[in-house]
Design a protein around this ligand. Structure first.
Ligand code: NAD
Length: 462
């Protein structure tokens, strides 16, 4: 148990304004592993002031120098990859191998991609008799969740810094330790004082104070749709920009010509990965009626294999919420073919990898985001029916299509109301824009589209 002090503000760890702390719990054994200060509006104000003071200098720093700092940051993260993975495993509970391969490796790749983009991006364009300058939006307030705790911070900080913005980050209360480690990495990378600031604290206190602060020009939020809606309302009152990465209920559409076993196995792995705590997870599997029974059998077998390998979910509250959804699935008439609501272990926030068959569109488990290792398998009659079901939620973050022929899968994917689709098991690309249609959000992260969120245009006419 370690009591961590201070907020990273203006280039140094400074004492928090108040005395309250947040306990960080290891979800595997339920032990308190540390505490961090619970920030107040006063801490947020100090951080925003530091970010404002640093803005003119950083905005005027040549992109090549900003790129050099991001490149140094990438190197520090790479050098500390083991420590990052161990920290995420301790506070999120994900198996160490997954923490190494994803929670540590992806942020390194993203930081590297923005080092390159900062160096090569055209921050000036010509159109007719005008020169258009792409200037930083200003001070960014970033509010992040716990499910990919470092990735979600880096996916905001790296493009913001590349654009010339300064930033205040309020990380999720469940996973503040990797955020503190990141602040040390930023410091080590030689990023000037005040360009990056970190305030740990509770959402309704520190998070809300950050969203409401008049010194913040853009609020970039990743989290639930419910809180995203509140943040957007606060921002609207001040006509401040927002970027929102929210929930999802993505469809994995298996067309009749697909390799069924591969599509089902990859689909189950996708949902069980990170214990189902992935906003872009394909939590609805759509299978043609003639292949339905076979798909259910394959999915049940695949899910059972995850029994011992899967990590816990992040907290007791999250575990209870996920189990509540499993109970609701049973109550509404879906058929359990793997897992269930019972606790698989005595200690830790574990949930059994769960698969429901005979799920219909109107059921709660087919509509609401569960954020746990729970897969719903739905039956479709024909392609039009599959499309209607795939598009039949308020969300539109991600999805997958499987078909014998790539062109067939692409044609279907083009009709889906969603921000990204993996074709026949396509791999994650850290340069591809990530973000949602419909209530899955506003704006995009990653790559050049992610950089654009942090820029505004100024046209000079000649
Ligand atoms: P959450 O919305 O409860 O919390 C997210 C962040 O918002 C945390 O830092 C929290 O402290 C803060 N917050 C909470 N209340 C606040 C308030 N009133 N004002 C300001 N900030 C506040 O979400 P969560 O439970 O931490 O994360 C899970 C959710 O995040 C899921 O719904 C998931 O789909 C979503 N998510 C989306 C993406 C994406 O990119 N689209 C990525 C990851 C997670």
């Amino acid at each position: 148990m370690k009591a961590h002090d201070g907020m990273y503000i203006g280039g140094a760890w400074r004492p928090a304004a108040g005395q309250d702390v947040i306990e960080v719990v290891n979800p595997v054994d339920e032990q308190v592993i540390g505490t961090v200060p619970a920030g107040t509006a006063e801490d947020v104000d100090a951080a925003v002031r530091a970010a404002r003071a640093a803005l003119p200098g950083w905005a005027a720093t040549p992109p090549a120098e900003r790129a050099a700092r991001l490149s140094a940051l990438r190197d520090v993260l790479a050098a500390r990859a083991d420590e990052i993975a161990e920290t995420v495993t301790a506070e999120l509970g994900s198996p160490l191998r997954f923490s190494q391969a994803v929670h540590a490796a992806v942020p390194i790749a993203v930081a590297g991609s923005y080092a390159e983009l900062a160096a090569t991006y055209a921050f000036e364009e010509r159109t007719g008799n005008s020169v258009v300058h792409l200037e930083p939006v200003g001070v960014v307030g970033a509010i992040t969740p716990w499910n990919y705790p470092l990735h979600q911070i880096v996916a905001k900080v790296a493009p913001a810094l590349a654009a010339g913005c300064t930033i205040v980050v309020k990380p999720a209360e469940d996973t503040p330790l990797v955020a503190r480690l990141f602040a040390d990495a930023v410091h080590e990378a030689g990023v000037p004082a005040g360009v990056f600031n970190l305030v740990t604290g509770l959402g309704p206190v520190a998070g809300q104070a950050l969203a409401e602060h008049p010194g913040v020009d853009l609020v970039s939020f990743t989290g639930s749709t419910a809180i995203g809606r509140r943040i957007a309302a606060i921002a609207a009152g001040q006509v401040k920009k927002v970027a929102l990465e929210l929930g999802g209920k993505s469809a994995n559409v298996i067309l009749p010509t697909a390799d069924l076993a591969k599509a089902v196995n990859v689909g189950v792995a996708n949902v069980m990965s990170n214990s189902g705590q992935t906003c872009s997870a394909w939590t609805r599997m759509l299978v043609h009626r003639e292949q339905y029974d076979k798909a259910v059998e394959l999915a049940a077998t695949a899910a059972a294999k995850y029994g011992e390998r899967i990590g816990p979910v992040v907290s007791a509250g999250q575990r209870d919420r996920v189990r509540g959804y499993i109970g609701k699935g049973v109550a509404e008439g879906a058929r359990l073919v793997a897992g269930g609501p019972d606790a698989p272990r005595e200690k830790g926030y574990f949930v059994s990898p769960t698969v429901f068959a005979d799920v219909t569109e109107d059921m709660t488990i087919a509509q609401e985001e569960i954020f746990g290792p729970v897969l719903s398998i739905l039956r479709y009659e024909d392609e039009e029916d599959a499309l209607r079901i795939a598009n039949g939620t308020v969300y539109g973050l991600a999805g997958a299509v499987w078909a014998g022929d790539e062109a067939e899968a692409v044609a279907f994917a083009r009709r889906m109301e969603t921000g990204q689709v993996d074709i026949n098991g396509g791999r994650f690309n850290p340069l591809a824009p990530f973000g949602g249609y419909k209530q899955s959000g506003v704006g995009r992260e990653l790559g050049v589209h992610g950089l654009a969120e942090y820029l505004q245009t100024k046209s000079l006419q000649f």
